[in-house]
Design a protein around this ligand. Sequence first.
Ligand code: NDP
Ligand SMILES: O=C1O[C@H](COP(=O)(O)O)[C@@H](O)[C@H](O)[C@H]1O
Length: 491
Amino acid sequence: MPDLSNGTARPADLIIFGGTGDLAMRKLLPALYHSHRDGRLHADSRVIALSRGGLDDADYRGKVDAEVRPALSGGEGWDGFLRRLHHRTVDIAAPEGWQGVAGLLDGHEDRDRIFYLASPPMTFGAFCRGAREAGLVTPLSRVVLEKPLGRDLASAQAINDEVGAIFDESQIFRIDHYLGKETVQNLLVLRFANAFLEPIWNSLWIDHVQITVAETVGTPGRRGYYDQAGALRDMVQNHLLQLLCLVAMEPPSRNDREAVRDEKVKVLQSLRPIVGSEVDRFTVRGQYTAGRADGAEVPGYLDEPDKNQPTAESLRVETFAAVRAEVRNWRWAGVPFYLRSGKRLPARRSEIVVQFKDVPHAIFPGASPNRLVLRLQPSEGIHLRLMAKEPGAGEVVLRPVPLSLSFADTFSARVPDAYERLLMDVMSGNPTLFMRRDEVEAAWRWIDPIMDHWNGSGMLPEPYPAGTAGPAGAHELLARSDRAWHEEDLP
Ligand SMILES: NC(=O)C1=CN([C@@H]2O[C@H](COP(=O)(O)OP(=O)(O)OC[C@H]3O[C@@H](n4cnc5c(N)ncnc54)[C@H](OP(=O)(O)O)[C@@H]3O)[C@@H](O)[C@H]2O)C=CC1
Ligand SMILES: O=C1O[C@H](COP(=O)(O)O)[C@@H](O)[C@H](O)[C@H]1O
């Protein structure tokens, strides 16, 4: 294997399967533009977008100009960025279309070649066969696999086997962009570079943990992917379980990718399985109906505009999922981890809330428990809720006050988007923040029985109007948490 850890920008061809999709438009292209603008892409590097959309280079550049440019602040170097972009029409599942890509890549075998699979997971096997038959895989190739890797454990194993047959493990980058978020990386620093937290980071002091990824966006134009995924596969199997791992893992012996991943796998293996009728007690799923989001009337999931019509499958898709998880080990025995994620909720808010227990003996009335909030979105930061005395004479009146660290205010440097960071890591061959095969498979092993019970029960997800805080069942499941995420009064 060539040494890919060069750490420098070399000429690269980034070939994005799913180059017209939501991920490409909302996240990958803005991240690539910022890397281009900041001089981190080699002058000869190209972005080759693929889809079945029948676009030529000019059409695609026009589409990106119309859809991506308005969401960016500033546009320095934009025209130069557009010139890097190409589009080829390929149906990943059909052998004939691959010639168009091969023609563009011929004669460029000396460049790094990065295949980025931002297409639905069921296309990954066909990618392996198509790329091999078209002779596209070179020794300098890498492949980025988007989450969710497969639909369940069996399909994830099959994809891992197929990808492993043509790429060495060092060439495979299983991406979970939450691992590239600044606060998520800071979680390990907070836990393991500060002495005060570790002694109280356990079931003696912690009452429960809430991990929430709430979004205001719906799924317009994404039916082809989302009908096959749903919130449990799209968000919980990967992003939320990765966050849980980082909160719950034991201190690794070194800050080294294998040592950290070994500890994360142990957490996934310690998750108490939720099976059979327990699924009804410990999970909730919902689907949004018409309502209001971001100040506008929006349709329900089934009426989202899309080139694909809703099917019987669409009725069963959850756009909200909540799970009460438990980590069965010495440190966490009896501490619930509440995971929840949904679309069309009232606010965009991603956070980890670690709620401590009540003081053992209360001498002041009105004390509420301490709470450590790691905020990932909308603004990244760490907030500790402490009880303080309101100024004034007479009776002591307590008030919860936040002790806050905002990354933007504390560090003047721009906080790069997670995809910017991770794409540059792929380009320089650094796999530290990517998932290992056994991690992905351990996560599916825990998710599968929940999915199986949902599918077998014949029940449909609970409806919730867009713009509300999810289905009623979720509030009951989460009743132990003293305040809902959207009422939190942090900056
Ligand atoms: N959207 C997001 O914010 C994020 C998404 N992801 C992941 O990215 C992946 C894609 O999601 P998303 O972009 O939202 O999905 P979309 O449905 O918006 O886009 C899917 C893309 O794949 C293309 N595609 C689908 N089937 C084929 C095929 N057979 N051959 C060629 N191209 C195909 C589509 O184009 P066409 O139909 O024209 O061929 C489109 O460009 C998923 O795995 C998702 O989990 C990860 C993080 C964030
Ligand atoms: O992976 C995904 O993530 C996005 C949310 O990412 P964020 O960084 O904006 O929190 C989600 O919208 C999408 O459905 C999912 O595929």
